[in-house]
Design a protein around this ligand. Structure first.
Ligand code: OSB
Ligand code: MG
Length: 373
């Protein structure tokens, strides 16, 4: 039994070491919503809402998520006798459309809290088996191909096992060519367009087939499956869907329609861990590899992603860079680090997410706070 007595919402501001540009926008400082859940026995669990400041990746933002959590999500969960975190998703879906990132923040917090109450690691609680996660880096759009090559070379030297290049019309083929030529044929390279293209660009995108990419992530509309299927038929390179996979049914549709061959699972995007596991299991049954995406999370969201990525079918490197790639200083101890082979260790000995929140630092960074319950 799990009973959540109180949820403390906080907004912190955390400047990125360097601005991150994707096809639909730029972020220099994260506004991050953190949740601290307290059980009726006084145990504390943490989670992070991945909604951004602007609605340029999904339709949610930190401000809509804050409202949704306060008005509709938290009231369904607070002070209830919950059999376990696996039932939270169904409770949040009943007659309640959308707001997946807001729901995910509470749902994932319930899993973390329950894992701590049971004295088990979040990884093992979710069914994870891996001890280390192979890691890739996601490089934002740069001012020139040369600048991108410099970033990619540095990433390779640090040990990253996969390099993802953000692309957009005007910053694609010559950029990818320059990186492939500079790094050589062995390096695992991929691109992510964040929905910057249309099916009319199919011939243009076909040029990417020349660069032996692991995959092309989400080239077309953020909720599209049919056009991605048409595009996949014209490309040799596998498509990977991110934005389009909002739940397990969309993953089923992707498989049926052959809209892509790989899935990027972000637990925040699909409403939490239960849906993430359902998508993971579905993909495993169909021989579709999955990997864990990132949303420039702090050390708390990263801990949740690392735990999820320890499940067996997360067979491709995740966007799970160490803390120092994003922040001067993270909000957890120990900070997330990566070994020289590009692997992040899964904390499987400690209860819960396996890192401690630096509460003094969080308080210092807090610009808004609200206690629910
Ligand atoms: O599409 O994967 C994406 C960041 C913000 C919004 C969308 C995406 C991303 C990333 C960042 O690629 C990956 C990371 O957290 O390192
Ligand atoms: Mg993406």
């Amino acid at each position: 039994m799990l009973s959540v007595e109180r949820i403390t919402l906080r907004e912190i501001r955390l400047p990125l070491k360097e601005p991150f540009r994707i096809s639909s926008g730029l972020v220099s400082e994260r506004r991050i919503c953190l949740l601290q859940l307290t059980s009726s026995d006084g145990v504390t669990g943490w989670s992070e809402c991945v909604a951004g400041e602007q609605p340029n990746y999904s339709d949610e933002t930190i401000d809509t998520a804050w409202l949704a959590i306060r008005a509709w999500v938290a009231p369904r969960i607070l002070k209830q006798e919950l059999e376990g975190p696996e039932i939270v998703h169904a409770i949040l879906e009943r007659d309640f459309r959308g707001h997946r990132m807001a729901k995910a923040a509470v749902e994932m917090g319930c899993w973390e809290l329950a894992a701590r109450v049971c004295g088990r690691s979040l990884s093992s609680f979710l069914g994870g088996t891996r001890e280390r996660i192979v890691t890739g880096i996601s490089l934002g759009i740069q001012a020139s191909p040369e600048a991108l090559v410099r970033r990619a070379r540095a990433a390779l030297e640090q040990g990253y096992q996969k390099i993802k290049l953000k692309i957009a019309p005007g910053a694609d083929v010559p950029y990818v060519r320059a990186v492939r030529e500079a790094l050589g044929p062995q390096v695992h390279l991929m691109v992510d367009a964040n929905s910057a293209y249309t099916l009319d660009d199919a011939e243009h995108l076909r040029q990417l087939d020349a660069f032996d990419l692991l995959m092309i992530e989400q080239p077309l509309g953020r909720d599209d499956l049919v056009r991605h299927a048409a595009l996949q038929r014209r490309l040799k390179t596998p498509l990977c869907l991110d934005e389009s996979i909002t739940d397990v049914e969309r993953a089923e549709d992707m498989i049926t329609l052959q809209s892509g061959r790989i899935v990027n699972i972000k637990p925040g995007r699909v409403g939490g861990f239960a849906q993430s596991i359902a998508i993971h299991d579905l993909c495993q049954r169909h021989g579709i590899p999955v990997w864990c995406g990132g949303m420039l999370e702090s050390g708390i969201g990263r801990a949740h992603n690392v735990a999820l990525a320890s499940l067996p079918n997360f067979s491709l490197p995740g966007d799970l860079s160490p803390s120092a790639r994003y922040w001067e200083r993270d909000i957890v101890t120990p900070e997330w680090t990566m070994d020289s082979d590009g692997r992040v260790r899964v904390p499987r000995d400690a209860p819960g997410m396996g890192v401690e929140v630096d509460l003094d630092r969080v308080e210092n960074l807090t610009v808004r706070r609200e206690v629910l319950g």
